[in-house]
Design a protein around this ligand. Structure first.
Ligand code: ATR
Length: 280
């Protein structure tokens, strides 16, 4: 008999996680199924109790539950604790264990486009200081990076993120204006804000005038697949670009592995998502 997995969020109807996981189960001939569970914030505790009772084998958590779920779990892995949010839960003989694969999933997808899949000596700027930025910061810190800075509209939030998360890496908090001024210092710039997401496709999180040529630009947005930030970087500055499909598939691939113990095909998961996004 197959296992049941799923996503809890509110709303979840637009999510691509079900097609991504179900296609991979099919490709790997696993008899499992991934279902979307729409759970309102007031029902979260009861929903977790129900998933436990029904013996659901694992699930993902998305907005707005990633932080609020923590008190209802039995154990939280170190990295998820550090980030303060959980996006993946595994049911191990009735014990619910929380993980966070968002940042690691991003790193996994970014590594695919780096020379020799190495970060050595890279200097990176993260734009934004919310939950997404925090996961990416913690996971990037684990790589061999020279400088990992954070630029945010509200400077104090970037300062807090660094205070709480920076352990081994050199890191500085910047205002967006300061970030724009020194943009040329970075090899990789990552947008973790929602600026540029459909329908506001003409907005851009940071001006690229000082970027310089041949850098790497990443966005965690996948709708549209090419935000104005990525498009301008590619057209004007010959940047190599990575959109949010990589992170979506990367976090999914890591969750898949936690649940099943099997490594899925990341490239195929990316293709499944791209196919469902169509020409957006
Ligand atoms: P998430 O958990 O998805 O990262 P979040 O915690 O709400 O979402 O964080 C959103 C991030 O996008 C924040 O860094 C936010 O900047 P502030 O800290 O100043 O609020 C940033 N952001 C959102 N809208 C923005 C905008 N219009 N311009 C610049 N930054 C914006």
């Amino acid at each position: 008999m197959g296992n049941l997995y799923g996503l809890i969020g509110y709303p979840v109807s637009h999510s691509l996680s079900a097609v991504m996981h179900n296609e991979e189960f099919k490709q790997l001939q696993l008899p499992h199924y991934y279902h979307l569970f729409n759970v309102a914030p007031k029902d979260l505790e009861e929903a977790i109790r129900a998933l436990r009772l029904l013996g659901v084998s694992g699930f993902n958590i998305t907005i707005p539950h990633k932080e609020n779920i923590i008190p209802f779990l039995d154990e939280i892995d170190e990295e998820a604790k550090h980030i303060g949010a959980v996006n993946t839960v595994k049911n191990e003989n009735g014990r619910l264990i929380g993980y966070n694969t968002d940042g690691k999933g991003f790193v996994l997808s970014l590594k695919q486009i780096l020379p020799e899949q190495q970060f050595s000596g890279q200097s990176i700027l993260i734009v934004g200081a919310g939950g997404g930025a925090r996961g990416i910061f913690v996971s990037l810190q684990a790589e061999n990076i020279t400088q990992l800075d954070v630029a945010n509209r509200t400077l104090s939030k970037a300062e807090t993120l660094i205070e709480q998360c920076a352990k081994t890496v050199n890191s500085q908090a910047l205002s967006l204006q300061e970030g724009e001024r020194v943009l040329g210092n970075y090899d990789i710039v990552i947008n973790t804000t929602s600026v540029g997401m459909r329908p506001n496709i003409n907005e851009t999180p940071i001006a690229l005038n000082n970027l310089g040529q041949n850098k790497i630009l990443c966005d965690i947005i996948y709708n549209p697949q090419k935000t104005r930030f990525l498009q301008e970087g590619q057209e004007k500055y010959n940047a190599t670009i990575l959109n949010g499909v990589g992170m979506l598939a990367g976090q999914g691939a890591l969750a898949f592995e936690i649940w099943t113990g099997q490594k899925p095909n990341l490239e195929r998961m990316i293709q499944t998502v791209q196919m469902h996004l169509g020409g957006q």
